[in-house]
Ligand binder design. Structure first.
Ligand code: TYM
Length: 329
């Protein structure tokens, strides 16, 4: 049996090149060597208020983007988290073994809760639900961007704590970060991670942005007052542009240096934009195909949920019996 991979994306905004380079690109690559489950984590999205109609359309859009990026539903399972109730069920059991102190230390909770007028307790429990997503399928590998590393550490701690309290139950998962592109920064502010929830028009390159919009966004990207690329002292904005290019082009460091050293920023921005446009073009045309076929997406999501439900239910039953809860005969 192949080891399992699990990962997820929140359908809480427009997916961007950070999501692609940090996560989706690796997901596609892992499909052939692992049994992969990729989730649209809608229950995570509602830890902050989402407009219901918009959320539903973002769930569909995110699913279509997974497929457009190259996830093959014949070999990987694509699921909407809330359509497999075992995620929420296991999350409750794990909540009961997770000390509040561990959750209070989560930097994403601190950052997100500062932006909310009222902080729902779901936002605090968010990492436990994420641990449940992963442990439910006994996933060995979790491909994510760098910003999820702390949540993954917590997942490992929760698994180990459960295993030591109730006996060996969960596989303790490993985090898999991409070599380049693990942390794509905002184009407007290269000290901030590129994020779906950031409002600025020049902040992120969305996967569905048309070419002229991509060109404009790169043309406005923050650099510094130098005129051209100096590998001896790269400003954060310039380093970010080079990283984006390298992650898409898959060029080795030496080729990057010899090609870009001394290049004027205007030309650098043009070349990065054309690279990104070229790489996104096939994804965008597959997206249009997928969304023009009525019923196709729902079929994939139903199939995915049907395929994984027995695995998920088996883990919930195992956890129940370990904890001494009643397992329905
Ligand atoms: P989310 O929806 O914020 O992001 C989805 C994936 O994209 C990566 N990512 C980035 N990578 C590089 N640069 C960036 N600027 C960037 N922004 C986002 C994220 O690291 C992530 O891999 N909590 C998760 C969703 C989740 C999950 C899970 C992930 C729920 N359950 C189980 C893995 C396993 C999140 O909010 O990702």
């Amino acid at each position: 049996m192949k080891p399992r991979v699990l990962s997820g994306v929140q359908p809480s905004g427009n997916l961007h090149i950070g999501n692609y380079l940090g996560a989706l690109k690796n997901w596609v690559r892992l499909q052939h060597d692992y049994e992969c489950i990729y989730c649209i984590v809608d229950l995570h999205a509602v830890t902050v208020y989402q407009e219901p109609k918009e959320l539903l359309s973002k769930i569909r859009e995110t699913a279509a983007l997974f497929l457009a990026a190259g996830i093959d539903p014949k070999i990987s399972s694509v699921i909407v988290q809330s359509s497999v109730p075992a995620h929420a069920e296991l999350a409750w059991m794990l909540t009961c073994v997770t000390p509040m102190g561990w959750l209070s230390r989560m930097t994403q909770f601190k950052a997100k809760s500062e932006k909310q007028e009222t902080v729902g307790s779901g936002l605090f429990q968010y990492p436990v639900l994420m641990a449940a997503d992963i442990l439910l399928y006994q996933a060995a590998i979790v491909p994510v961007g760098d910003d999820q590393s702390q949540h993954l550490e917590l997942t490992r701690d929760v698994a180990q704590r459960f295993n030591s309290l109730y006996g060996d139950t969960f596989v303790v998962p490993e985090t898999k970060l991409p070599a380049v592109g693990a942390r794509v920064m905002g184009l407007d502010d290269p000290l901030k991670k590129m994020s779906k929830s950031e409002p600025g028009a020049g902040h992120a390159i969305a996967l569905l942005d048309p070419p002229d919009v991509i060109r404009k966004k790169f043309a406005r990207a923050t650099t510094d007052s130098n005129p051209c690329v100096d590998f001896g002292g790269l400003a954060p904005g310039v380093e970010n542009l080079l990283n984006i290019f390298q992650a898409f082009a898959e060029w080795p460091d030496e080729r990057m240096r010899s090609h870009f050293a001394g290049m004027r920023y205007g030309e650098l921005k043009k070349q990065v934009a054309e690279m990104v446009i070229g790489r996104l073009e096939p994804l965008q045309s597959r997206y249009r195909e997928i969304t023009s076929e009525p019923g196709y997406l729902d079929g994939i999501l139903r199939e995915g949920a049907d395929r994984v439900a027995p695995l998920a239910n088996a883990t919930v039953d195992l956890v129940k019996s370990r904890m001494g809860l009643y397992v329905r005969p």
